[in-house]
Design a protein around this ligand. Structure first.
Ligand SMILES: NC(=O)C1=CN([C@@H]2O[C@H](COP(=O)(O)OP(=O)(O)OC[C@H]3O[C@@H](n4cnc5c(N)ncnc54)[C@H](OP(=O)(O)O)[C@@H]3O)[C@@H](O)[C@H]2O)C=CC1
Ligand SMILES: Nc1nc(=O)c2c([nH]1)NC[C@@H]1CN(c3ccc(C(=O)N[C@@H](CCC(=O)O)C(=O)O)cc3)C=[N+]21
Ligand SMILES: [Mg+2]
Length: 282
C-alpha cells in the first residue's frame, strides 16, 4: 500500500508557486486572496488559518474578512461587491456554510465569476461542465494535482464518487470525466452502495461520516481518496474512510490529515496565482 501524501506534494509544489509569486512581484503584481468567514464555526476557523499560513508563506496578500454570526445578508453582499471591484484581490471565497438567515445561493451568485476561486457560481459551474473552466474548484482540482503527482492515469478507469455536493462530489466528477474516466456519482439515496463502490478502480469519498467506508466497500487494489474531515469517537480528526480497516486491501490511499486537505489549499493558491498572472499580462 502506498500513501498519497498530499502534505508532501503540497510542500513540493510550494517551491514552484513561490517562484511564480516572485516573478509577479517583480512585475509589480502581488497576488491577492480574500476569505470571508461568518461566525465562529471552529472547523472553518482551522481551515482559514491554514489558508492564511500557506498564502503568506508564498508571499500572497491574504485578507481575512471576519463577520459576526448575526451579520445581515445585505452587509455580506456589500462586502462581496467591494471585493468584486477590488483591484488588489484576484480571487476570494466565502467560507461555507453561512448562517441560516443568509441565503447561500444569493451570496454565491453575487460573486464575480472571474474572481470565483471556489468555482461555485452558476457561470463557473456551467463552464466547468462544458469543459472550459474559468476557475477550478479547489478540492477537486487539488485531488487531480495529487493524482497527477503520483502518475495515476484516470483514462478509462472506473471512478466512483460517494457524495454529490456542489463543493466536492459534483466538481470532482466533472474534472475526472474530462480525464476520460467513467464516473459514477452516488449519494444517500443510492441503493446497494457497497456493490457500486466495490467496483471502483478509484474511489473518492466525500460524505462527512466518520470512518463510514469499510473493507467490504472497496475493491482489491483500489485507489482511495478520502475527502472527509470528521471527528472520531475520541474527538480525533479522521476521514470518511476507515483507514485501518481498508489499508491492507488498497493500492493507494490518502491519509487524514495530510491527504486531500493540504492539496485543497495548494489548488486554491495556485488558482489565485494564475489569476494574478492573467492580471500581470493584461
Ligand atoms: N479536505 C477538504 O479539502 C474538504 C473536506 N470536506 C469534507 O468532506 C466531507 C463532505 O463535505 P461536503 O461535500 O461539503 O458535504 P455535504 O454534507 O454537502 O454533502 C454530503 C454528501 O454525501 C452524501 N451522503 C451522506 N451520507 C451518506 C451515506 N451514508 N451514503 C452515501 N452518501 C451519503 C449526501 O447525500 P445527499 O445528497 O443524498 O444528502 C451528500 O451528497 C465533510 O467531511 C467535509 O468536512 C469538504 C470540503 C473540502
Ligand atoms: N467556500 C468554501 N470553500 C472550501 O474550500 C471549504 C469551505 N467553504 N468550507 C469548509 C471546507 C473544508 N475545507 C478544508 C480545507 C483545508 C483543510 C486542511 O487543510 N486540512 C489539513 C489539516 C486539518 C487539521 O489539522 O485540522 C489536513 O487534512 O491535513 C481541510 C478542509 C475547505 N472547505
Ligand atoms: Mg454542503
Amino acid at each position: 500500500m502506498k500513501l498519497l501524501e498530499g502534505k508532501k506534494v503540497a510542500q513540493a509544489l510550494d517551491e514552484t508557486m513561490t517562484k511564480r509569486v516572485e516573478e509577479l512581484k517583480a512585475k509589480g503584481v502581488t497576488p491577492g486572496l480574500a476569505v470571508i468567514l461568518v461566525g465562529d464555526n471552529s472547523a472553518s476557523a482551522v481551515y482559514v488559518r491554514n489558508k492564511k499560513r500557506r498564502a503568506e508563506k508564498l508571499g500572497i496578500n491574504f485578507q481575512l474578512i471576519h463577520f459576526e454570526q448575526d451579520v445581515t445578508e445585505k452587509e455580506l453582499l456589500t462586502k462581496i461587491d467591494e471585493l468584486n471591484h477590488d483591484k488588489n484581490i484576484d480571487g476570494f471565497i466565502v467560507q461555507l456554510p453561512v448562517p441560516d438567515h443568509i441565503d447561500e445561493d444569493k451570496v454565491i451568485e453575487a460573486i464575480d465569476p472571474r474572481k470565483d476561486v471556489d468555482g461555485f457560481t452558476p457561470i463557473s459551474v456551467g463552464n466547468l461542465w462544458i469543459g472550459t473552466p474559468l476557475t477550478k474548484p479547489a478540492t477537486a482540482s487539488g485531488i487531480l494535482m495529487m493524482l497527477d503527482h503520483y502518475k495515476v492515469d484516470l483514462d478509462g478507469k472506473n471512478v466512483v464518487i460517494v457524495g454529490r455536493s456542489n463543493i466536492v462530489g459534483k466538481p470532482t466528477a466533472a474534472l475526472m470525466l474530462d480525464r476520460n474516466a467513467t464516473v459514477t456519482i452516488t449519494h444517500s439515496h443510492t441503493k446497494n452502495l457497497k456493490e457500486i463502490t466495490s467496483k471502483a478502480d478509484v474511489l473518492v469519498v466525500a460524505i462527512g461520516q466518520a470512518k463510514f467506508i469499510k473493507k467490504d466497500y472497496v475493491k482489491d487494489q483500489a485507489i482511495v481518496v478520502d475527502v472527509g474531515m470528521d471527528r472520531d469517537e475520541n474527538g480525533k480528526l479522521c476521514g470518511d474512510v476507515d483507514f485501518d480497516d481498508v489499508s491492507d486491501k488498497v493500492s493507494m490511499i490518502t491519509p487524514v490529515p495530510g491527504g486531500v486537505g493540504p492539496m485543497t489549499i495548494t489548488a486554491l493558491v495556485d488558482q489565485v496565482i494564475e489569476l494574478a498572472e492573467g492580471r500581470a499580462n493584461g
